[in-house]
Design a protein. Structure first.
Length: 367
């Protein structure tokens, strides 16, 4: 039987299988009023269906650690204690279905204050609920995006504290895994990459300086997150700039990520969710089935840290081979789970495995 169906233990937490749902923004939270940032019925139905379909771990979408940390006004957020009960609806349902509830915490930085993707994702002004975006340097996220305000040392201290406070709240809400978004062009990634970080102080320039903010966030979260529960970090293994001989721009590289992974492991990070890109909208990316798996395999081999592979992993046989070849410890799926909420059940039927699901779902796959 494939390792896909075997439990996986991190610290004191046991995840029932290796088929996990990646965080996927739904842009379905209220943008204003008393329920701003809270999960809605959509989030409950969306995650509940994947839990009933057999996913061992579900990561709630990127959740803003402050109002200005959201990407859109319709993102989830957890910046006050009053928001905790709203997230307990999610953790209660997932736990009752046998799925481990996890959540991704994020700060959008210069990528924030935009409209929903299906409406074009254009920048929003204050008259449409937008806000002043921030970043390590005064560099826009792309053509047409506003220039961010460069963060001061006081601002950086405040955001580090916001990550820690959000981690404390999601623990109180019942989440068992917390993941920090340090990729896809969001704030932590903006500090990491020389393409977006042009600072000349102790947060810019050298590798040690550019990783300082990421490590401060990790340390602050690990200090408040329960010792027995795992901490994940989602990374972009490459900006797809430096490795492209046709692109003269300098970016974050796979070599950088291997180096960072070793340090993150020393700081108490338990697993890396390995993605790529997201910082530069016009980067040339060689997309294809499992195109990011080699990055995960390299981090696992060279940094000695557990990894989850993600990116165009669509078939059970493909996922099983990735684990069998020791390229990853788990599989995280996004769009394929949108298309096929019961993908783990399909995998069990195809490969002769077994997943724990409610009896109503088992009736669809009689043995």
């Amino acid at each position: 039987m494939s390792t896909l169906f075997e439990p996986y233990q991190l610290r004191s937490l046991t995840i029932p299988n290796r088929m996990w749902m990646a965080p996927m923004d739904q842009y379905s939270a209220a943008p204003e009023g008393p329920t701003t940032g809270l999960p809605a019925d959509w989030h409950l139905a969306h995650q509940g269906a994947r839990a009933a379909g057999g996913a061992g771990l579900i990561l709630t979408e990127g959740t803003g650690v402050s109002p200005a940390g959201r990407t859109t006004p319709f993102d989830l957020g957890i910046w006050t204690d009053e928001q905790i009960p709203g997230f307990q609806r999610i953790t209660g349902l997932l736990t009752s279905l046998g799925t481990v509830p996890g959540i991704q915490l994020s700060h959008s930085g210069r990528k924030g204050s935009t409209d929903r993707q299906w409406l074009g994702g254009e920048p929003l002004g204050p008259e449409r609920g937008g806000w002043q975006v921030v970043g390590p340097s005064a560099i826009a996220a792309g053509e047409g995006h506003p220039v961010p305000a460069a963060l001061t040392h006081t601002d950086i201290d405040q955001i580090v504290g916001q990550f820690a406070a959000a981690a404390r709240r999601v623990a109180a809400a019942g989440y068992k895994v917390v993941e920090l978004l340090a990729g896809h062009g969001y704030l932590i990634h903006q500090f990491l990459s020389p393409h977006s970080n042009h600072r000349t102080d102790d947060y810019g320039g050298s590798f040690e300086n550019r990783t300082r903010f990421a490590l401060r966030v990790v340390d602050a979260v690990r200090a408040v997150w329960p010792d027995g529960l795992p901490l994940f970090v989602r990374v972009s293994a490459t900006d797809w700039l430096t490795e492209n001989p046709e692109d003269v721009r300098e970016g974050w590289t796979v070599d950088d990520t291997v180096r960072l992974a070793r340090v993150l492991k020393e700081h108490g990070v338990d697993l890396l969710n390995v993605s790529s890109g997201g910082l530069v909208p016009d980067a040339k990316i060689a997309v294809g089935p499992g195109y990011q798996v080699p990055f995960a395999a390299r981090l696992r081999a060279e940094a000695g840290i557990p990894v989850a592979a993600v990116g165009m992993i669509t078939e059970p046989e493909q996922a099983a081979k990735i684990l069998a070849d020791s390229e990853a410890d788990a599989i995280l799926m996004g769009r394929e789970l949108l298309r096929r909420p019961s993908w783990p059940l399909d995998a069990a039927k195809a490969l002769g495995g077994e997943v724990r699901v409610p009896p109503q779902y088992r009736r669809a796959y009689p043995r």
